[in-house]
Design a protein around this ligand. Structure first.
Ligand code: SF4
Ligand code: SF4
Length: 425
């Protein structure tokens, strides 16, 4: 075991961001190791859940600035939370890691180009106008043919090339939230989702309206803050949480989410603001209203039935399967469509390497996980791949294209809305 782990000294936590009680839940049994994607790729104890918890214990045992090695092992975590599913002791690894990253950010702020790029990215997703502008510029870059030229000539350095690989034209026009008096479900629109996945939102509304539901979407809602909290920017993430609580109001209308990463974080608002006297109760009540759309939608026939038998691979998004324990509902919705056969894949719950911006910050590990996932998917010979998280969809589209295959990858709600159209993509 590397010396960086042996450096732990005491279990007394000096941080308000990492709970001593949470850390105590890990009994170092190691049963999570083989389910950890980074441990499987890197084969280093310090890149396993157990190793990282040891490092976090060492981190919070003093007020010292963490060394670069410790920071790099924590940074290399996908926060996929597969270790939570594997752990028999109920270790809340996601919130431990998020708290640890906030500690690291406070004591060792990230500088240089990478730090500035991350700060600019987080500031962009916080403001719908900026995300909209960035999406428009990205779309112009793709549609003008510039992207093809840049790729052919290999003009981009590796980090930007990793970003470019995921860039595709947005799905139709952006989604514009509209408050509807008397709506019985409130749609969470997100940041990138509302600009780059407008058609997925419109499909979500259509599917729910076909079931007789009335959908409202508060106009002042903002980014959920998940990317911020994963980057250790807890303060900004809490600001966004307060803004969303205010935007959705204090009623009991369920808040429906169609992006797994956003949903998992919105369900954690109660924890995020637990120490904020003025907001703790409201945050707890807000979190209790949040539902993934697959928890709300009922199996029903699509407007246009499938013309033939179709093999579907359902890709479990980590923040749906591990983060929200939602596995059965999306599959039940898919199986309710006549003609659908679900094709199982190997290591179905292993991360595809997307994990927020991980495929941009750690392209080598992300590429390996993407390659493994795409190989497992293609081995199942699917006609289409369905997922419930935008990051997974972009990651799988890029990986499948690079493997030379032409299998469409779509969001669950678009498939439920119009499976025929999805097959033609
Ligand atoms: S969250 Fe994922 S990558 Fe991080 S330690 Fe747990 S299983 Fe490994
Ligand atoms: S996180 Fe859970 S499974 Fe992993 S070492 Fe700790 S107690 Fe064991």
């Amino acid at each position: 075991m590397p010396s960086v782990i042996d450096a732990q000294t005491t279990h007394r936590s000096t941080s308000q961001h990492v709970s001593e009680e949470d850390l105590k839940t890990c009994v170092s049994c190691g049963l999570c190791l083989n389910d950890c994607p980074t441990y499987r790729v890197l084969e280093d104890e310090a890149d396993s859940p157990r190793g990282r918890i040891q490092l976090i214990r060492a981190l919070v045992a003093t007020d010292a600035r963490p060394d670069a090695s410790l920071v790099s092992h924590l940074d290399a975590c996908l926060v996929c939370r597969a270790c939570e599913t594997a752990c028999p002791s109920g270790v809340p690894f996601g919130r431990i890691m998020e708290g640890a990253r906030e500690v690291v950010r406070e004591r060792a702020p990230r500088g240089g180009l990478g730090g500035r790029a991350m700060a600019a990215g987080l500031a962009t997703v916080s403001r719908p106008g900026r995300v909209g502008l960035a999406t428009l510029l990205g779309a112009a870059y793709v549609r003008s043919g510039m992207q093809s030229l840049v790729r052919r000539l290999h003009l981009l350095p590796s980090r930007l090339a990793a970003m470019d690989r995921l860039l595709s034209a947005p799905e139709g026009r952006p989604f514009t939230p509209l408050a509807k008096p008397g709506g019985d479900l409130a749609l969470f629109a997100g940041c990138v989702m509302r600009t780059a996945f407008g058609e997925t939102h419109r499909a979500t509304v259509r599917v729910l309206e076909r079931e007789g539901r009335s959908i409202t979407a508060p106009t002042t809602q903002v980014c959920c803050g998940a990317l911020h909290v994963h980057a250790g920017d807890g303060e900004h993430a809490r600001d966004l949480a307060r803004a969303n609580i205010e935007a959705f109001g204090d009623g009991d209308t369920p808040i429906v989410v169609n992006a797994a990463g956003c949903g998992a974080h919105l369900k954690a608002y109660g924890h995020a603001l637990a120490n904020d006297g003025a907001w703790a109760e409201r945050a707890h009540a807000f979190a209790a209203r949040v539902r993934d759309v697959s928890e709300v939608a009922s199996p029903s026939a699509p407007a246009r039935p499938l013309p033939r038998e179709v093999r579907v691979v359902y890709q479990d998004a980590c923040h749906l399967a591990h983060g929200q324990q939602i596995r059965r509902q999306p599959r039940a919705l898919l199986q309710s469509i006549a003609g659908v056969t679900l094709a199982p894949i190997q290591d179905a719950e292993r991360c595809c390497g997307s994990a927020g911006v991980y495929n941009l910050t750690h392209p080598e590990i992300a590429d390996e996980l993407q390659r493994q996932k795409v190989a497992a998917i293609l081995a199942a010979s699917p006609d289409i791949v369905v997922s419930a998280n935008p990051g997974c969809i972009l990651q799988l589209r890029a990986g499948i294209a690079e493997a030379g295959a032409t299998v469409p990858v779509v969001h669950l709600m678009r498939f439920l809305d119009d499976p025929r159209a999805c097959l033609a993509e």
